[in-house]
Design a protein around this ligand. Structure first.
Ligand SMILES: Nc1ncnc2c1ncn2[C@@H]1O[C@H](COP(=O)(O)OP(=O)(O)O)[C@@H](O)[C@H]1O
Ligand SMILES: [Mg+2]
Length: 262
């Protein structure tokens, strides 16, 4: 890759994950540069979600090292990794369905706020200030994802595409520096995917680095700075969207799949 001066944010080195006899990842290495939208693509079962799970501490790799800002993430719990600014969404929605949009985001903010212990130490005045600050923060995030008009509505009452935006808002409430999105466009109409694409660009514009797993090739090729292709637990290609689109190994990998999804 050009630009030797570019600083690495996330480095994955020789990552291997084993499920019984199955090597879900067989020694994967890649880097994510700050301020980019980097996508991981590959046929079903290639190991994309497994890579996300290993990076965010949801499973322990058999081998390999993951570093973030030069410090190892490997071995840390998901909550500790999130506190370092590495935050993910899940392939399925992770929103509290019976709560309002605003409450979902406020809970997300509380999870990283210092409340609780401070209640005792700082007194009621300080708590009120903290509550006001969280409420303002929640408002800003909800507006950022374009749901200001939905803030008081119950999450499960929203159309599916907007529920996924709530999920994004909850992830943003954790104040990520690296945001990992697992199939944010899944189940969406193409119009909704355009909205999410634009939002992901806006997130990058805020200085948040994005690592994306997404099946929709139009979306991936439209918004990614770098695309990493996995197949059978290995990196088979990496580069700019234009190069990946025409890469013979990538074309072969996709043609070789029996599934209907790319
Ligand atoms: N919890 C698990 N137990 C056993 N095998 C798993 C588990 N999770 C994933 N796998 C297997 O690991 C491989 C990679 O899966 P996954 O990372 O979900 O692929 P992708 O997200 O690229 O579709 C697949 O062969 C899958 O069946
Ligand atoms: Mg997956």
């Amino acid at each position: 890759m050009a630009g030797s001066a570019s600083v690495v944010t996330l480095a994955v080195r020789d990552l291997a994950v084993q499920f019984g006899g199955v090597a879900a990842l067989g020694g994967v290495s890649f880097e994510v540069s700050p301020g980019t939208i980097t996508s991981v693509i590959g046929p079903n079962g290639a190991g994309k979600t497994t890579a996300f799970n290993a990076i965010t501490g949801y499973l322990r790799p058999a081998r390999g090292e993951i570093t973030w800002d030069g410090a190892p993430l490997t071995g840390l719990r998901p909550s500790a990794i999130a506190r370092r600014g590495v935050v993910r969404t899940f392939q399925k929605t992770s929103v509290f369905p019976s709560l309002s949009v605003a409450d979902n985001v406020t809970i997300g903010l509380h999870l990283r706020a210092t409340a609780g212990f401070l209640d005792v130490v700082l007194g009621r005045r300080r708590i009120r200030d903290e509550e006001r600050r969280l409420a303002a923060d929640a408002e800003a995030i909800i507006a950022f994802v374009g749901l200001a008009h939905r803030r008081r509505e119950i999450a499960s009452a929203l159309p599916y595409g907007e529920q996924r935006l709530v999920e994004l808002a909850v992830a943003l409430a954790a104040h990520p520096r690296l945001l990992l999105l697992d199939e944010p466009g899944a189940g969406m109409t193409s119009g909704e995917k355009d909205v999410v694409s634009e939002l992901i660009r806006k997130i990058r514009g805020r200085g948040i680095t994005v690592l994306l797993v997404e099946h929709d090739m139009r979306m991936v090729m439209g918004i990614s700075d770098i695309v990493i292709v996995l197949n059978h637990g290995r990196v088979i290609a990496e580069g700019a969207p234009a190069d990946i689109r025409t890469h013979p190994d990538v074309i072969r990998a996709y043609l070789g799949t029996t599934g209907d999804r790319a």
